[in-house]
Design a protein around this ligand. Structure first.
Ligand SMILES: NC(=O)c1ccc[n+]([C@@H]2O[C@H](COP(=O)([O-])OP(=O)(O)OC[C@H]3O[C@@H](n4cnc5c(N)ncnc54)[C@H](O)[C@@H]3O)[C@@H](O)[C@H]2O)c1
Ligand SMILES: O=C(O)CC[C@@H](O)C(=O)O
Length: 341
């Protein structure tokens, strides 16, 4: 049987690539280079991406052999899952792989805002030593608002509750009892905004969540709010947030994500009370190792289930081979609650 082609169009750790190479022909391309991507995907049976590759109808039209797309990471907003369904292509992600890393970055950003750490570091580097210019505030005793109580939101609750914060959460898809068990008081979005000193966003970017925090919502926010977004750009409207930061309704924002990345034209970049990071939430060795390995194993399982790889091979599931299984069978997504087709 010829070795199936797995196209990897975003950075993946070497050990995950080795897992794929043991059973497949692995080809690399740059998902940001559209022309090369469309040419390279022509022979691919599985495409493995992170957030740098837009997988849309045009990609499926250029990929007659494609059976699966694997997103090494959480957000599937860069994959058109309806178009994949139409093309008979399975889609999977690695929903749990980077939750701890994103939660830890969120805590770091919250503390950095509260204590002016980036500005203070720049100050010292400039040879200055004016300690009173950087008076901060404690997180202890303040109120945390978590928007989106999924995997990452829950990890953030656990960590910031240990800072002695009062914790509120808004997530219409989580039952109140479950929310309380996770350590947060369930509240409406309006109450979350009105009561939170620190608001942290952990939603997927969907048609429903795009612009969810806009002018009207920011007007409801408690004066002096600190906002952290490590989820997706566009959930918080950037123009509205820029206005709120300029007039002081929002005191400071830490943003790991932007509506367009890199965010060259964002109205937020020039503001002194914005702490931007370059989409670093999953940027740890541990998260990338977990996501890369999980993505590689899912890719192998997809190939097995389509009869393109012997079951039980390197990294395989060990399930007995099922001759003739070439139909459009769906590979279950890793973890629970993830979306896919
Ligand atoms: N910065 C990064 O590098 C990075 C890394 C991983 C994930 N992310 C982003 O973080 C997001 C959250 O990740 P997760 O693993 O916690 O996902 P998750 O699916 O476990 O949780 C998302 C939660 O949002 C809730 N939700 C959906 N619509 C909502 C709405 N309108 N109002 C309130 N809650 C709503 C869902 O019910 C769910 O509980 C991902 O979708 C991804 O976009 C970013
Ligand atoms: O690929 C990345 O590093 C970003 C991952 C992150 O945004 C995700 O949704 O998992």
């Amino acid at each position: 049987m010829p070795r199936p082609v797995v196209l990897v169009s975003d950075p993946l750790p070497d050990d995950a690539l080795d897992l794929l190479r043991a059973a497949c022909e692995v080809r690399r391309t740059d998902g940001g280079d559209r022309t090369r991507l469309l040419a390279a995907v022509a022979d691919a049976s599985v495409l493995v991406v992170r957030s740098g590759t837009r997988v849309d109808r045009e990609v499926f039209a250029h990929a007659p052999l494609l059976k699966g797309v694997v997103r090494a990471g959480v957000g599937l907003d860069n994959v058109d899952t309806a178009a994949a369904d139409g093309a008979g292509v399975s889609v999977a992600n690695t929903p749990a792989a980077n939750a701890v890393s994103v939660a830890e970055l969120t805590v770091g950003l919250a503390v950095a805002l509260a204590r002016h750490i980036p500005e203070a570091a720049q100050h010292v580097r400039r040879g200055e030593w004016n300690r009173s210019a950087f008076k901060g505030g404690e997180l202890a005793g303040r109120t945390l608002g978590v928007l989106g109580l999924g995997r990452i939101g829950r990890q953030v609750v656990r960590r910031l509750a240990a800072f002695d914060m009062t914790v509120l959460a808004h997530d219409p898809y989580v039952a109140d009892d479950d929310c309380r068990r996770a350590g947060a008081e369930p509240v409406t979005l309006g109450e979350l905004l009105a009561r939170s000193d620190l608001l942290t966003v952990h939603l997927p970017r969907t048609a429903e969540t795009e612009g969810l925090i806009g002018e009207r919502e920011l007007a409801l926010a408690k004066p002096g709010l600190h906002l952290v977004n490590t989820a997706r750009g566009g959930i918080v409207d950037e123009d509205a947030l820029a206005r709120a930061l300029k007039d002081g309704r929002v005191a400071a924002a830490a943003l790991d994500v932007f509506a367009v990345e890199p965010p060259r034209d964002s109205p937020l970049l020039g503001l002194p009370n914005v702490l931007p990071t370059p989409h670093l939430g999953a940027g740890t060795a541990e998260a990338q190792h977990r996501a890369g390995h999980e993505a590689a194993r899912i890719a192998l399982r997809m190939l097995e289930s389509r009869g393109l790889l012997e079951a039980g091979g390197p990294g395989g599931t060990g399930r007995p081979a099922a001759p003739g299984r070439t139909g459009p069978e769906r590979v279950p997504l890793a973890g629970t609650g993830a979306r896919g087709v």
